[in-house]
Design a protein around this ligand. Structure first.
Ligand SMILES: [Zn+2]
Length: 140
């Protein structure tokens, strides 16, 4: 069984779909669309990983944010250079995030630095605060 993470062309909702048939139905707006024509944020047989990718992308960001994350990740993959600040810029698209989101973004961008040290750095630089345990927000 193969899964893909795609956004609906109508409502932009990011979701995990099974790729058995070309046409799938959006769980958000019920529109039918051809998943193969959509940008694939994940494609493979790991359902758990697919769900993880989808939930990271669906976070608090809107459609523009999701596209931005995907575009930047693709660009960096081409260049094979990802800096801490590039990862931070992606995280800034999220109004609030947790450690698992940092890990997902690092993974999506193929950044190998440990997520907990990245967050520790942001906290020590007073760029984020922790309104609830394990949740972080940007200091304007
Ligand atoms: Zn939809």
């Amino acid at each position: 069984l193969l899964f893909a993470v795609v956004g609906c062309p109508a409502c932009r909702r990011v979701q995990v779909i099974e790729t058995r048939t070309p046409n799938v139905r959006c769980r958000g707006c019920d529109k039918q669309f051809d998943w193969s024509e959509r940008k694939r944020f994940y494609h493979g047989d790991d359902a758990k990983e697919a769900r993880r990718v989808a939930s990271t992308l669906s976070l608090q960001v809107g459609g523009a944010g999701i596209e931005a994350i995907a575009e930047s990740a693709a660009a960096m993959e081409r260049e094979k250079t990802v800096s801490v600040e590039q990862v931070v810029r992606q995280l800034e698209l999220l109004s609030e995030f947790g450690m698992e989101d940092v890990e997902s973004v690092c993974k999506a961008m193929r950044f190998n630095g440990p997520a907990d040290r990245l967050v520790a750095m942001l906290r020590s630089q007073q760029r984020v605060f922790e309104p609830r345990p394990g949740r972080f927000r940007w200091i304007p």
